[in-house]
Design a protein around this ligand. Structure first.
Ligand code: GTP
Length: 611
């Protein structure tokens, strides 16, 4: 193509993201766009096509963003190139959303016609506005009997402040409104700008590892052009590579001769060193390269840390490699080596939330065939010592001795809870119980309010959302952001099994809850830890003071002893099950501790009897 043709082509590109509160229908809208543009033949179509991970399909959620190119013939007769970036809705994956927004020029904001504006609807709008994106509101699920599209239209205008007079009324499920949406993408979202002839500047916003092609980068070309044979340079890491292939996903990879300003696509360059190719870096050409990199991303601070240990100590290096590969695909993952007396060598790993932690653990087990022991997650505490220094503690067992500590501070969040009036009392009770400090309450409309609280991160991150959902029959939505550290009266509880302190079971809690939590954990551990042929005392202690105790009675365990049928199949199955159970178990001194025991410290008893 000559320059004029490239310019004409650029005017026909639309790069956009689809954002929404969880479950409002982003992935279904993407499916409909792929269908309506014949990107995927109907016989190959399946629901949530862009959720390519098994894990995403099983859980019905989007974890990873995905970028695809589709071609659309508009009412003006011209063909447009859309790059659609599907993004996750869960608060734990907002980092994925912000990265994809940096690559787009516009965003489609999907709002459920029955639910209206929810906490993450607002959060995502702010992210889109931070990235200067044009926002196109769409009201989905108008087929639902409870749909109130006009009320939601007014809510989008009042609560968010967006003009929603032209918002498409859609049902992604029934395919209603999709033609209007496609036209609005053409007429209302801007074409990319960017110098077609200037030095190459491309933002890496995602990457994956391919055993044959090396690291594959997903990029947004801001200026210039990149093609096979080019020698490229990563402007932050300084690494240089020869491009072997460029292309787009549509939704399967299609090779291209080049990618040019305005395009979203992939680049492969036989990159073997994972550390050279971090998302957020800028690539340029070695010859006539750009002088300054693009802004990149703010590094993300993990919310919780937990220890990851291979059940089999010999797999330590393999676990490190697996974490490095996952980090490519998940820039918010952080890890550092650590050792535990109880668990051996592992990694202290940072996550954006519990769902993120769950997903990483499951991906490590599935994609890398690892058996892992995970310790209970902890937030990062600041321990101010009498000698005037401060230590950051993300592993409770490393909290300095009580005598050395002047005071401890813990992270607080500013939380917004959107909820129908009828449940405000229940929400406030819960927030109060979780040591919340009330800030304000705004009315969203006659029936719904936005309640705002300061809450300790440690209280909100573990089970708060589940309890919130169950006490409000699923009507509440929650979003939060960090709001700094505050002093709290915190203590560390150690757990002793058979008289030995197990460092991986220590946890930090507010003094008011210490007695109760100590009692709960000793009972819980008594049920979880397999009996041995001797008695095992389970104790909870603050310093040298024992605050709770239970006893695991002596017993010789043989799961097959009760089977008299002599059915060898059944016996083999049971033994096999028992063996697999063992894989997720660690021997600590003379006691076998199963995976669940490490998570038991999170139980506060607050959700008991609620489900
Ligand atoms: N009735 C109705 N249901 C819909 C419509 N669009 C989506 N759904 C359903 O709503 C649920 C959530 O849809 P998804 O497309 O997975 O929502 P999402 O926003 O992508 O969810 P996450 O990716 O997990 O954030 C699914 O069960 C869909 O079948 C619609 O127009 N009408």
């Amino acid at each position: 193509m000559n320059l004029k043709e490239l310019e004409e082509r650029q005017k026909h590109i639309r790069n956009f993201s689809i954002v929404a509160h969880i479950d409002h229908g982003k992935s279904t809208i993407s499916d409909r766009i792929l269908e309506a543009t014949h990107t995927v033949a109907s016989r190959d179509m399946q629901a949530q096509l862009l959720d390519t991970m098994d894990l995403e399909r099983e859980r019905g959620i989007t974890i990873k963003m995905n970028a695809v190119e589709v071609h659309y013939v508009a009412n003006d007769g011209e063909t447009y190139i859309f790059h659609l970036v599907d993004t996750p809705g869960h608060v734990d994956f907002s980092y994925e959303v912000s990265r994809s927004l940096a690559a787009a020029d516009g965003a489609i904001l999907v709002v459920d016609a029955a639910q209206g504006v929810e906490a993450q609807t607002l959060a995502n709008v702010y992210l889109a506005l931070d990235n200067d994106l044009e926002i196109l509101p769409l009201i989905n699920k108008i087929d639902l009997p409870a749909a109130e599209p006009e009320k939601v239209r007014a809510e989008i205008e009042d609560v968010i402040g967006l003009d929603a007079s032209d918002a498409v009324l859609a049902s992604a499920k029934k395919g209603i409104g999709i033609p209007e949406l496609l036209e609005q993408i053409v007429t209302k979202l801007p074409a990319p700008e960017g110098d077609l002839e200037g030095p190459l500047k491309a933002l890496i916003f995602d990457s994956t590892y391919d055993a044959y092609k090396g690291v594959i980068l997903t990029i947004r070309v801001k200026d210039g052009m990149v093609k096979p044979g080019d020698k490229i340079k990563f402007m932050n890491s300084g690494a240089e590579y020869d491009v072997t292939e460029v292309g787009v996903n549509s939704p399967h990879p299609i090779k291209r001769e080049y990618l040019v300003a305005g395009d979203i696509g992939y680049v492969a360059a036989s990159i073997k060193n994972i550390r050279d190719a971090r998302p957020g870096d800028t690539i340029t050409t070695v010859q006539n390269g750009a002088a300054e990199p693009l802004a990149g991303y703010k590094p993300m601070t993990p919310m919780v840390y937990s220890g990851l240990y291979p059940s089999d100590n010999a797999k330590y290096n393999y676990l490190r490699e697996a974490l490095e590969k996952l980090q490519l695909n998940d820039a918010s993952l952080e890890f550092d080596p650590e050792t535990s007396q109880a668990l051996g060598f592992g990694f202290r790993t940072g996550f954006l939330g519990m769902l993120h932690m769950d997903v990483i653990q499951e991906r490590l087990e599935r994609e890398f065939d690892l058996d892992l022991i995970t310790t209970a997650p902890s937030v990062t505490y600041h321990a101010f010592l009498k000698d005037g220094t401060m230590v950051e503690v993300d592993n409770p067992s490393e909290l300095p001795e009580v005598g050395e500590i002047e005071h401890i501070e813990e992270p607080f969040v500013y939380a917004q809870i959107m909820v129908p009036n009828d449940y405000v009392g229940a929400v406030m009770d819960l927030a109060q119980r979780k040591r919340g400090e009330f800030d304000t309450m705004d009315y969203l409309d006659a029936n719904r309010v936005n309640v705002k609280y300061y809450l300790p991160l440690s209280e909100i991150i573990f089970e708060f959302f589940d309890i919130l959902k169950s006490t409000t029959r699923g009507y509440a939505s929650l979003d939060y952001e960090m709001s700094g550290y505050r002093p709290s009266d915190l203590v560390k509880i150690d757990i002793l099994l058979n008289g030995d302190k197990v460092d991986a079971l220590s946890f930090i809690v507010h003094r008011d809850f210490a007695q109760e939590r100590g009692r709960l954990i000793t009972i819980k551990l008594k049920d979880l830890i397999p009996r041995r042929n001797f008695e095992i005392p389970v104790q909870a202690a603050i310093g040298s003071k024992i605050i709770a105790r239970s006893t695991i009675k002596a017993y010789r365990k043989d799961v097959t002893s009760k089977i008299h049928t002599g059915d060898p199949d059944r016996r083999a199955k049971l033994l096999d099950k028992q063996k697999r159970g063992k894989a997720r178990m660690k021997s600590v001194g003379t006691v076998d501790v199963p995976q669940e025991a490490f998570m038991a410290v999170l139980k506060t008893g607050d959700d008991e009897g609620k489900n």
